[in-house]
Design a protein around this ligand. Structure first.
Ligand code: ZN
Length: 251
């Protein structure tokens, strides 16, 4: 069974790393932007570009909070067993880090501490004027849409979500750290990612070129499957807890 073999490889690893994409959060109710019923069919990408933010920050924030509504509701989305399993693996000293394409903050909510955000995070926003970073939920809480955009309490500057917007440069530090982890890892778990968007798509290729054991857990085929040692076409929220439990017991 692949699950057992993957767990054995993790238990024996020195530097395991997970790379996660939207499929890791779908069981939490966060829509997959790229899937067929994904949000990008409902919303126009041009509404949430950096150019739109600069031209029309109020309109941008109205559309952006509508897209991410599930993160800012009174009863926001919660981590699922896949997030929990990755946090457990880090606590057991098996996983060095999670590199994620997701902006939903659910890895941190599950207890993961070493998280590299390739596409930024929606959980915080930063003042364009003084660079102060605040909790996004707190910034929009109690604001009527007509009051958008939210402003900095300190200086009154406009806040921008720390998510990487379309047209905006990827965070160099995160890309560098992701690459370093991919070069150093001996077991990479690529979880719930279509592996079609750079820079995330590059990381399993880097790991796969070396001696690392490359594991892909994803319901759909990915362009990197042929490089993988194990491909598990299973729901991530079922496969990861089983793998983590066995790996931690063996450690
Ligand atoms: Zn400010």
């Amino acid at each position: 069974m692949s699950r057992e073999a993957v767990a054995d490889a993790l238990a024996a690893s020195d530097h395991a790393v997970a790379l996660t994409g939207a499929g890791t959060s779908t069981a939490s109710g966060v829509p997959d932007f790229r899937s067929e019923d994904g949000l990008y069919n409902e919303f126009d990408q041009s509404d949430i570009t950096i150019g739109r933010f600069q031209r029309d920050p109020g309109g941008f924030w109205r559309d952006w909070t509508a897209i991410h509504a599930e993160l800012f509701e009174d009863d926001p989305v919660r981590p699922n067993p896949a997030h929990d399993a990755l946090a457990d693996l880090e606590r057991a000293d098996i996983l060095d880090a999670v590199v994620t394409q997701n902006v939903d903050g659910l890895h941190e909510a599950a207890g993961s501490e070493s998280v590299v955000h390739l596409h930024g995070t929606a959980a915080t926003s930063t003042c364009r004027n003084c660079n102060r970073t605040v909790d996004t939920t707190g910034a929009v809480d109690g604001l009527d849409e007509t009051d958008y955009p939210p402003h900095c309490d300190e200086c009154g500057g406009v806040l921008k979500p720390d998510t990487v917007l379309f047209g905006e440069q990827m965070p160099l530090d995160a890309m560098r750290e992701g690459r370093r982890l991919a070069e150093e890892t001996d077991v990479m778990l690529a979880v719930g990612s279509s592996l079609m968007v750079d820079p995330a798509a590059r990381l399993p290729r880097i790991a796969g070129r070396g001696d690392a054991t490359l594991v892909i857990v994803n319901l759909d085929e990915t362009p990197v499957d042929r490089l993988a040692d194990y491909v598990l076409r299973e729901p991530v929220e079922e496969a990861l807890p089983a793998i983590a439990e066995r790996a931690i017991a063996e450690r």
